[in-house]
Design a binder for this molecule. Sequence first.
Ligand code: ZN
Length: 436
Amino acid sequence: MLKKMQHYYIMLTVFLLAACSIVTEGSTVTESIDEGNELYPGIKIKSEIKRDKDYHYAVHYPLTDSQEINDEIKTYIDTRVTKFMIDMAEDKLGEPVVGLHIDFEITYFTPDYFSVEFSETLFVDEAMTNMIPFNFNRVENRKIELQELFVGEEEITIVEPNDEHEIVDFLVKEPVIRFYEKNGEIIDLPKAQLVGQLQPEFLSGYEKKEKKTKENKGTKEEKMEKGKEEKQKANQKRIALTYDDGPHHLYTLQILEELEKYGAHATFFVLGNRAEFHPDIVLETMEAGHEIGNHSWSHPKFSGLSKKQIVNQIEKTQDVVHSITGEYPTFVRTPYGSMSDSILNAINMPVVLWSVDPKDWKVSSSKAVIDNVLNNVEDGSIILLHDTYEHTVSATATIVETLSEEGYEFVTVTELLGLDEEESQRAMVINSGTPK
Ligand code: ZN
């Protein structure tokens, strides 16, 4: 581990020197802070998003009440973004449009300790996701070393029958400790197997606050019925607006307000880690008559994950949405729309992509989003949007107003597709209309 870290910091000084001129050029970086909630007291989410004609990046990271911890995290983020900018300036990343997306998951949170795993996804045509762990001592405001996890002082290696694995990094999670091997492999060891070896403070987690749960009142079945009936209704043009990557602390609620003005319903493909952070917004979204879909836990590219990791991304999100709303999502939308037989097989739920993509993550004005949607929409369209951008809020207002006047009805994905239960249990790719 030491070796890797030294390497990291040596690179850092070089990059930061070169960084300033590159980062300040071109379009500006949009920064925002999400105030968080009582689940992780004192933790906020900082977002930095930059869109340029040739590339974009979006990074999200936690802000704690400790300056030292924030500095460690910020150094990592700046180093990674700067490396991305330099690699791009030197044409090392290739074509076409490239992007960097960093997101995170808090995996351990007690008054004294805090662990977070970052997922870095670099996409150039095919995307690659890398996992980077951090573990902090919140009392002393510093990173925890691997040796501190254990009672003894022996060298840390994991021994399998024919194999010895050299550990370079680790992550405290529930109910496992995750070890990162030198060869790039990741191994999760149950804490139960480490009793006696692990320091007691890492054995159990922070008692999470009880979340609001709503009873399942069979509304999903009613909606499917309604969907089937409406499918048969002639003359009514119907489309499904879909919003990915939320819930967002500001924009999701603003979008709900715009939709409500026209009685429009939409589908929100949430990230499990965001839903866990904002259960109140998820509940409000569902109670307003919208549908909640599953967009994975932390937005990795599924083509780079094992079957087990994909199942984990889907199931954790199913569970967190169920714990908030009392209902399990019926549909999955994979991050970056990645799709293959093995991915579908692992997900084992209907996967819904889209037929109209105005690329609101790439453009910076609502006009471009509005024009794209209005030019491409037709009866049965599924429109891809993100409730994480301010310009998507204003685009939503105009799109819903204009298309309402043209006689469109805005329905959820379940209502649009009118699937019955048997259909919805089969894994399938649904791409409504003609892909544009
Ligand atoms: Zn997404």
